[in-house]
Design a protein around this ligand. Structure first.
Ligand SMILES: NC(=O)c1ccc[n+]([C@@H]2O[C@H](COP(=O)([O-])OP(=O)(O)OC[C@H]3O[C@@H](n4cnc5c(N)ncnc54)[C@H](OP(=O)(O)O)[C@@H]3O)[C@@H](O)[C@H]2O)c1
Length: 274
């Protein structure tokens, strides 16, 4: 239980993939859960299963974080229910497929709102009560793409993840000594609904096995890093090696290398997005 009895974790994007796997980890470790995403039925099914398995309490608050009013509505709903948030996991995200100017601005705005705006705003709303209590954990799900030059078709996706890393690391320095920590989680390729939603599911399957990581393993390692208060965490040895290697290359060489891999798996135009 790790002293988590009576503590509550709010997880965005808990209806699938990484968010769902993180919800399982927090429940396994005794946390009550506030689950949010747009698909309410899935959140209810997950919450009920975790309640039965681990005896936790859960609350479902459906919200669309691409709506500029979404983060504040979510925060207000949590307050109205009288819930305390000890852990905030900003995980919800998606990729917009296609070369930047060939995509719609509406789609790109939704990406910015969900993956930058909501992360920044939810943190802004929930952090003061955590520091006032002297305890809290914030986990922001970024990606290894934050460190890698992108292939075409991922223009704002990678930029949003670079924002998440920079934002989280800076925040973590600001809140040092308050009992609250902020962790940027940077997974590599995970088999979730993400690549299906991006329309590149079949294409990314040709990538070698060592680029992929089991979602539950990733969530377990990420849970530990978050609770330990690590500012930045790249789960998996291959992801660590890859990001370490590429970030040491001259930028021009790294851009060429990533573009070549993208060409090989034929994902240069649509966004592959990790
Ligand atoms: N899969 C990977 O390879 C990979 C690698 C590195 C980082 N990531 C990052 O990990 C996070 C989770 O991705 P995933 O792989 O778990 O993808 P996923 O399986 O597609 O799940 C995405 C989650 O985000 C939620 N979401 C999407 N748009 C939303 C919106 N407008 N409002 C509220 N919730 C929204 C979805 O819920 P609803 O549709 O029900 O709203 C879903 O729960 C993302 O930030 C992604 O960028 C993924």
């Amino acid at each position: 239980m790790n002293g988590s009895a009576g503590k509550t974790a709010l997880i965005t994007g808990a209806s699938a993939g990484i968010g769902e796997a993180l919800a399982k980890q927090f429940a396994k470790n005794g946390f009550d859960l506030i689950l949010t995403a747009r698909r309410e039925d899935r959140l209810n099914t997950l919450g009920a299963a975790l309640k039965e398995k681990h005896g936790i309490s859960y609350w479902v608050i459906p919200e669309d974080l691409a709506d500029p009013g979404g983060p504040k509505r979510l925060f207000d709903s949590v307050q109205d229910k009288g819930l305390q948030t000890d852990v905030l996991v900003n995980n919800a995200g998606f990729s917009v497929q296609g070369v930047y100017t060939k995509t719609s601005w509406k789609d790109q705005c939704q990406l910015i709102q969900t993956m930058i705006g909501a992360v920044a705003e939810l943190t802004h709303h929930f952090l003061p009560e955590m520091t006032a209590r002297g305890y809290g954990r914030i986990a922001n799900v970024a990606s290894i793409t934050a460190f890698l030059p992108s292939c075409p078709g991922q223009t704002l996706y990678s930029a949003s993840k670079a924002f998440v890393v920079e934002f989280t690391e800076t925040l973590n320095v600001e809140i040092k000594g308050t009992g609250v920590t902020a962790t940027a989680l940077c997974p590599g390729f995970i088999d979730s609904e993400f690549h299906k939603q991006s329309g590149v599911d079949e294409k990314v399957k040709v990538l070698p096995w060592f680029w992929w990581m089991d979602v539950d393993r990733m969530a377990e390692l990420s849970y530990r890093a978050t609770m330990a208060g690590k500012p930045l965490y790249v789960p998996g040895i291959y992801n660590k090696l890859m990001t370490g290697f590429v970030s040491r290359l001259p930028r021009r060489v790294a851009v060429g290398l990533v573009s070549r891999v993208a060409r090989q798996v034929n994902i240069q135009d649509p966004a592959v997005g990790v």
